[in-house]
Each structure stands twice: as C-alpha cells, then as structure tokens.
Design a protein around this ligand. Sequence first.
Ligand SMILES: *Cc1c(COP(=O)(O)O)cnc(C)c1O
Length: 573
Amino acid sequence: MNKDLIQELTKEPKIAYFSMEIGLRTDMPTYSGGLGVLAGDTIKSAADLRLPMVAVTVLCRKGYFHQVLDEKGRQTEAPEDWDPSQFMDLLPEKISVEIEGRDVYVQAWLYEVKSLTGGNIPVFFLDTDVAENGPDDRDITSSLYGGDKAYRLKQEIVLGIGGARMLHRLGFAIKKYHMNEGHASLLALELLKEYKRDIEEVWDERLVWDVDRVRDLCVFTTHTPVEAGHDKFSYDIVAKVLGEPIPLNVLKDLGGKDSLNMTLLALNLSEFVNGVAKKHGEVSKNMFPGYQIYAITNGVHSYTWTCESFKRLYDKYLPGWANEPELFVRVGRIPDEELWEVHMEAKRTLMDFIRSETGIEMSPDILTLGFARRATAYKRADLLFSDLERLRRIGGGKLQIVYAGKAHPRDDAGKQLIEKIFGIKEQLKDSIKIAYLMNYNMDLALKIVSGVDVWLNTPLRPLEASGTSGMKAAHNGVPNFSVLDGWWIEGHIECFTGWAIGPQPSENKVSDSNMDTRDAEDLYYKLENTIIPTFYGDRHTWIRIMQNAIGKNAYYFNSHRMMRRYVTEAYIR
Ligand SMILES: *Cc1c(COP(=O)(O)O)cnc(C)c1O
C-alpha cells in the first residue's frame, strides 16, 4: 500500500517545507507555540490550494510538555506521551546521518493532510527511535526543544540533513526547499554537498561549492527579531557533534566566524529571505545589513481558527468562505443580531468550560478580555496589572479576564509571571474575575479567542515578530486591543478594527525604560474611556467593530493569502 502511495506522492516535483515543529491538531502535541501552529496552517492552506508541497519535521514522541499548575500557579511539566501509530503510517525506509562520528538511523512516519478540494500534502515525521541506534540516539527525536546545546544540534542534523536524505530516498524531486526558521539550516549544507562541483584542479578550492545553485533552491523565513534569539553553536560543539561535512573555513564563511549562526547560514544559502510581518522584515534588515530581506505577513488557517457557531454563520451568509477567505469582504450581509447571537454562543461555551475547569462563574454579559500566549517576560502578561487600584476602579464589576499560557521549562521569569497572575487573581476576585486555564494548546486557543470580547496583546516592541493569535480572534469577530507591533501595525485602524496600546511604531525603542509606564497608561485610558463605554453603551458601534475585525482583518490575515504570496514571490521567481 505504501509503495503505491509514495509513487503517487512523488509523481510531480514539490516544494519541500522544513520545520522543527508542526502543529496540525491538538492530539498530536508536536508543537510548542506560534511557530509550529503557523507551520501547520501553512500546510493546511497548501493542501486546500492544491499546492505541490511536502513537509518534514521531527516526531517529538514525548510532545512539548503537559502543563500542570498548582493553586499558587506554580508550573510543573509532565511528558505528553502520544501514539504516532494512531495517526500515521511508519515507512520501511531508513536513512542515516553522522552524529558524533556514529551513524544514526532515521525512519519516517507519514501523515497526510487532506483537503476537501482534493489537495493532499504528505508530512514526514522523522524518528530516531529505531533498534539500530543506541539508547541516547533513540532519544534524539523525543522532546521538542529539550536537552542541551548538543541535543539541539543533533535534532537539527536529523531535521535538515536527515530530512533531505529521506526525501531523496523516497524518490521526491524537489524544486524548492523552504526553511521555516534557522532550525532547518543544515539542510542547505546537505544540498551544498549534493551539488558539489566535480572539478579536478581549481585555483581556489572553495569553487567546488556551488553556493549559487543552492541559493537558487532555498527559501528562508526568519521569525526572530532579537539577536539573542538566533540559534548559535560554538565550533567546539559543531566539531564534536556535526564533524566537518564541509571544510571549516567554508562553513565559517557561510555561518559566522565565532560561532555557527543558523540564521546567517540560511541567509547566505537562500535566494529569497523573508520576515513574517512588514515591520519584522525591516527589523531583520537592520540586524543583518547587506541582505535583501522581504516581508510576507503571516496568516492563520481560516477554517481551523473559526469556532463552530461562526462556521455556521459564515456558511449561511458567505458560502465558500473557508477556501476563499476574501469573501469576508461581504461581512456586511450578516445581520447584527445574528452576529451577536453566535458570539454569545461562543462566549457561553467558554464560560461553561471555565466553570467546569476552575469552578469560577463568569457572566456572559460582562466585558471579557482574553490573553493567551507563551508565558515569557517580553509578552508582559502583567502589564494590565501595573496599577491594581486603578484597574479595580475602572473595571470593578465590569471586567472579566481569561488567561492561559505555558512557560518554557527553563524560563524562570515566565514561570514567575504565571505565579504573579495567580496572586493577582486572588487579590481582585471580589471585583474582577480572572481565570487562568491550564495547558494552553490549539483546542484551548480556539475556545479562548472565540469566547472573549476583546483580544489583549502587550508585547514589548519590537519583539513580537508577527503574532498570530490576534488573527484567530478576528476570525471570530473579536477585535484586538494591542501594542503596535508585528501584524497589528498592518491590521489596526483605531476604533474601527480595534484599538492600539501605546505609541506609534515609529516612535519607540526597547531601551526606552518608560515604555511599561507609557503603555500601561494608554491601556487604562482606553479601557476606561473607549472600550468599556462602547461595549456597555453603544452596542451598535461595538458590532460594527466586530464586523470590521472580520471584514478587514480576517479577510487579509489568513494563510490562504499568505501562501499565494509565498508561491508568487518566493517559490516561483
Ligand atoms: C496561535 C497559537 C500561538 C501563537 O500565538 P501568538 O499570538 O503568536 O503568541 C501559540 N500557541 C498556541 C497553542 C496557538 O494556538
């Protein structure tokens, strides 16, 4: 059965999409957050649009982690064991990669993303848990972003080098390779080896490396707007783990003199490079002067990120919307009362869930803010609590807040943020109800983005490369109230699609130490003078803003539009 299937899948040349994490569904916990969910949405849209694509990732047999929070908000992490054979087929082919001088064997599981349009994208999950490998090597594809630097490099070898070899072995002809973030950069090294020129005598031995040919084949998307966020390995670790697949001087020319910088490596070996929002493209250009960096702003998969009640509504008034999100432009056809009713249905679903999970009784009639994302310092989950007395005065009896988010196991500041919110939840409980929901994942994300009234986002500029949860909210008629960073700079029209927090994007720097105070001031001011009065006093205007979130934000910030741009600007050029 597999043979025929693989024959069918390898018939036409493909775009190969490489990502360390891919989030396709909640019960396959092979993602940690935005990067993985974006990768999943990319593949789903590619399937809907019937693009010739194949995707490669690592298995993560123990998932990322399962978050448990005690009554004080202290996080503990448990493995999230799951059974790949429930979802995928194990292929008989095995390839090997060299790690620490040993041959490490890699097998692949095939998951098919099938669309109602007839599109079908094979996703290969690489797995080193095979009998030929020693116990440590069998563990390489166990936990996403677990372990030390050497462990991370081993995973990247499996993904980049192993992935390229597996596609080759299965018989795929690849016309473009798309590296989603620098984790996949070693793929380009493998291509360099594959296309090595066969010349006997050259005056400079570097000429045997056909960099231009590899560049023509590669597309690279960077997601990291801070220098410290880029994946780097000391050449000591590189020598020990990776060895010398190409001569060290050539590697240093491409990947950096002092350490192997995976972003730099990908930049030097890709003809097309992009950031994930217009602002992020510019920030990246400043970080890497001399490189041409374009911007393709992220989007989310409309069907995945629309809740049941809104799906029904769109099916009724905008049939065909799921594969043609441009139809959201006709949102004005939806009667106000029906839009409000389906929103209330989503809100009640969330409140029922909150009651059953936490015992907290929230009211569907109270203005509800949502904040759910990775718990890490720059996202400033506590900005809303800068002045508790003021918040109590503004929002007492008029506000409810829903939180969720995991902190990376080694991010102590992120863990403290969760504890802090738990503390404030107790302090405010008589005037403002706050719920912190455990184990943020894709299912929970959809419940929260669709079940609140306003989506709050308060990152420290310019650290949010794009952000995507706000786009999910917009798909469910939920307006954004956010700092002008990432996608929101492009999506925001004040009092029309939502509200901005703090200064214009041109005005600020991270180093501005007053930024927290300025942003908090604006947050409170607009909450008190615009958002709360409009919600309770001018339902007509409120529903107009909900409509605009759909007609202006969901209309544009979807992954169908994003993929059409990748095709015309990056894949075919
Ligand atoms: C969408 C999503 C994210 C990314 O949200 P951001 O706004 O980019 O932080 C993270 N985790 C999960 C589970 C998601 O569904």
